[in-house]
Design a protein around this ligand. Structure first.
Ligand code: FAD
Ligand code: UDP
Length: 365
């Protein structure tokens, strides 16, 4: 055997594992089916602007160890994500906070906002929210739900809010202070040279084969290493033999415009159902860019089918059950370890992916 580990996928999970294994003297080979490293955190420099090719990525964490870890591979700026939501011609600050409520109802104090929301919730008589609609209504009331949640969520997931699990909306902070920070985490920022540089540094000294699909060259690749760390789709590994896990996909339309500043913010969400995209990202604003032109990406959610890029796992009961069946099978594998967002069929933020990769290293190396 030439290698100790064959790592399938040059995303964040695979790269962290490669780096730590290399430090412990293990030989790794990384195979990646795309023509670039970094998986979904890939940023590509175009005319001096770091373009987030697979959607906007903001690093945020509560965990000081993980913050220190990523800071070893790049300098981070002090960007704080404060998206603006646009409903028709009305602009609201996100997440739901006093700026949002003041704009919505013309009020100024937390008490007024709480009274309005309480009044709207009481009319609904929801005691145990059973789905996203009931959860959202019972957190923020009808006005905020109708203008800022319903249309956006139905576009994003291609389903009625009543058919979606409640936990999706609990990801967003709700506060009665004038604070537009989208995250509650203590540490937050954007790597000033782009995310690809971080992954490049993590992979320094490790051999990487691009344009190489493990599933197409399985027999020969398996012969090259003692063990496999697999960060691709778990159902694809088993040739979908128990069934196909569903995902939500995205399509990005990216254009460069000859203006310095198009929308004045990195992220603007379009919360109306009628606008076909969910958000416009203006990439330069993540790093306070001053270039003469600007690059925008419109994000269009779409149905996923086999062969498309899988973005968001659809955590319905059916899919979670199917994943459990695959996981039970995966646990019995002697020489294959599954990891990352696709191997775990989980919506995983970057800090959680790093944490999971580091815990695997502790157990394995
Ligand atoms: P990936 O990045 O998907 O890497 C897996 C790699 O494996 C890919 O490069 C893939 O091509 C490769 N691969 C798969 N199958 C094979 C095969 N058969 N052979 C060879 N290679 C294969 N997180 C945050 O913390 N903050 C954010 O703001 C944020 N925004 C996000 C926005 C969007 C739209 C999405 C979808 C995710 C966002 N995330 C965010 C999550 C973040 O993208 C993930 O945490 C991270 O990319 C996961 O890394 P990974 O290595 O697990 O997976
Ligand atoms: N959401 C919404 N309106 C918004 C932004 C988000 O209703 O303007 C809902 C939507 O259901 C989304 C969820 O909140 O799926 C989580 O939002 P987040 O920004 O975390 O989504 P992501 O960045 O992961 O796509």
């Amino acid at each position: 055997m030439q290698y100790d580990y064959l790592i399938v996928g040059a995303g964040l999970f695979g790269a962290v594992f490669a780096r730590e294994a290399g430090k412990k003297g293990r030989k790794c080979l990384v195979v990646e089916k795309r023509n670039h490293i970094a998986g979904n955190i890939y940023t590509q420099e175009i005319h001096g602007i770091q373009v987030h090719r697979y959607g906007a990525h903001i690093f945020h964490t509560q965990d000081k160890k993980i913050w220190d870890y990523v800071n070893r591979f790049s300098e981070f700026n002090n960007f704080v994500n404060s998206p603006v939501a646009r409903y028709r011609d009305e602009l609201y600050n996100l997440p739901f906070n006093m700026n949002t409520f003041s704009r919505m109802w013309g009020i100024t104090t937390p008490r007024e906002a709480q009274e309005i929301i309480r009044g709207q919730i009481e009319e609904l008589h929801i005691t145990h929210p059973r789905n996203l609609e009931e959860q959202a209504l019972s957190l923020v009331g009808r006005d905020v739900y109708e203008k800022l949640i319903k249309g956006y969520t139905e576009k994003q997931w291609g389903r009625e809010c009543r058919e979606l699990p409640a936990f999706i909306i609990r990801r967003l902070p709700l506060r009665f202070t004038y604070d537009n920070n989208y995250f509650n985490d203590r540490y937050q920022g954007i790597p000033v040279e782009g995310y690809t540089k971080i992954v490049e540094r993590l992979l320094e000294g490790t051999r990487v084969l691009l344009d190489t699909d493990y599933l197409e060259h399985r027999a020969e690749l398996d012969r090259m290493a003692e063990k496999v760390v697999y960060t691709g789709m778990i159902d694809a590994f088993y040739n979908y033999s128990l069934g196909v896990l569903e995902y939500r996909s995205l399509r990005f339309e990216t254009e460069e415009l000859p203006v310095e500043n198009y929308q004045g913010n990195a992220v603007v969400n379009y919360t109306e159902r009628q606008v076909p995209y969910t958000r416009i990202i203006e990439h330069k604003h993540f790093v306070y860019g001053k270039q003469p032109t600007t690059i925008l990406s419109r994000e269009y959610p779409c149905e996923w089918k086999k062969g498309d890029e899988p973005y968001y796992p659809v955590n319905s009961e059916k899919n979670d059950g199917l994943y459990e069946a695959y996981r039970a099978r995966a646990e019995k594998e002697g020489r294959v370890i599954f990891g990352g967002r696709l191997g775990s069929y989980k919506y995983y933020d970057m800090d959680k992916v790093i944490g999971a990769a580091l815990s695997l290293c502790e157990r394995e190396l």
